[in-house]
Design a protein around this ligand. Structure first.
Ligand code: MF3
Ligand code: CO
Ligand code: CO
Length: 347
């Protein structure tokens, strides 16, 4: 069932058009990066413009400006598509209890892949081996589909992002894990047409205290964000708690990749930014399903995309960590659809 959550009033539509024209007229920034998550392009110029709108204190204008920066399914490369998006704002689906039940199944399967692969994450294993174990488990045991495989040309069934790799690392026979590495394994399965998307960090052998700290603080960022999710909360509240906790610890939040709506497609609206201002952005409603997947860097937030078109690394070469869950907004709070058996999520 599709419910048009946003916008609700025609008069806001006029504001969207005016602001779109304003922003579109002044340019659309650089070309989009390819990524599994939705991507945003926040050039300095746009950030300044966005800040001005935020300072105006009207949350709807803030949403408008953010929407103009959006790159739904990261295909936006033309000013026209940006314009179309604002004239016909994107619907956010509210899932029915039956759909949520199916997402619960997909979510549990994704979580179980992480539980299954955990003992294999040891020094000496290649990321290709981890991929092939996960692939076989998803296909043969779970009778499900590994969503990344062939997704927009992605060649493998899971993402493996080691050390300075932020996300979308491609498993490879030549990438052998060694003691001291930190690795994110990102699993997405499709079961009965529904997606479950989750990732976690693993420590390979003994790991330096500063790397452990980054991994732990990043998980705390995810947990704090999950804890604010309930009907009436806003997307900006999620970004705000993540950014506050990361920066308090002298880390930075990756800007160009974000969480996303999820259901019968891998990436849907809304985009879930991991930075932002409390009290801004879309209001959450029961039945929304989306991921939160903060990517936190030890150094600066800037990213670079490698020549393979997928692997995203920190520009300064320092470590990055990420944790991800798929969530459903419930009547009185949140349900974590991808929680692992032994995982305690402080709510
Ligand atoms: N699982 C990633 C996410 O969290 C997307 C990976 S897409 C892939 O959104 F093609 F890189 F696998
Ligand atoms: Co995701
Ligand atoms: Co993921």
């Amino acid at each position: 069932m599709f419910v048009f959550v946003y916008p609700r009033h025609i008069c806001r539509g006029a504001l969207y058009i005016i602001f779109t024209l304003l922003i579109v007229a002044t340019g659309n920034g650089k070309t989009p990066g390819i990524g599994g998550n939705n991507t945003l392009d926040l050039s300095r110029r746009k950030m300044r413009r966005r800040c001005r709108l935020e300072l105006s204190g009207d949350c709807h204008l803030v949403e408008t400006s953010v929407a103009c920066l959006r790159r739904r399914e990261f295909v936006y490369n033309s000013r026209l598509s940006c314009l179309t998006d604002l004239i016909a704002p994107v619907p956010v689906s509210l899932k029915t209890p039956d759909e949520i039940a199916r997402m619960r199944v997909a979510g549990r399967l994704a979580a179980e892949v992480l539980e299954m692969i955990a003992p294999h994450v040891e020094p000496g294993v290649s990321t290709h081996e981890l991929d092939s174990i996960c692939h076989d488990y998803i296909v043969n045991v779970q009778k499900a589909i590994p969503a990344p495989l062939n997704y927009r040309g992605f060649p493998k069934s899971i993402c493996t992002s080691v050390n300075q790799v932020i996300c979308h690392g491609i498993p490879s026979e030549t990438k052998i894990l060694k003691k001291g590495d930190i690795i994110n394994i990102d699993i997405t399965v499709i079961k009965d047409g529904y997606y479950g998307d989750t990732s976690q960090m693993f420590l390979v052998g003994e790991v330096a205290p500063h790397a452990i700290r980054l991994v732990e603080v990043t998980q705390q960022c995810l947990y704090r964000a999950i804890a604010v999710v309930k009907p009436g909360a806003r997307l900006g509240d999620i970004g705000h708690v993540i950014q506050t906790h990361a920066e308090k610890n002298h880390y930075s939040v990756v800007r160009e990749y974000c969480g996303h709506g999820i259901g019968t497609e891998f990436h849907q609206d809304p985009q879930v930014l991991h930075y932002g201002r409390a009290g801004t952005g879309m209001v959450l409603e029961a039945g929304m399903t989306f991921t939160i997947e903060p990517m936190i860097n030890a150094g600066r937030h800037h990213t670079k995309l490698k020549k393979d078109g997928w692997t995203v690394e920190t520009r300064d070469g320092r470590l990055s960590a990420q944790w991800e869950h798929t969530l459903c907004v419930t009547r009185d709070g949140v349900e974590v659809l991808t929680a692992r058996q032994d995982e305690i999520i402080p709510l």
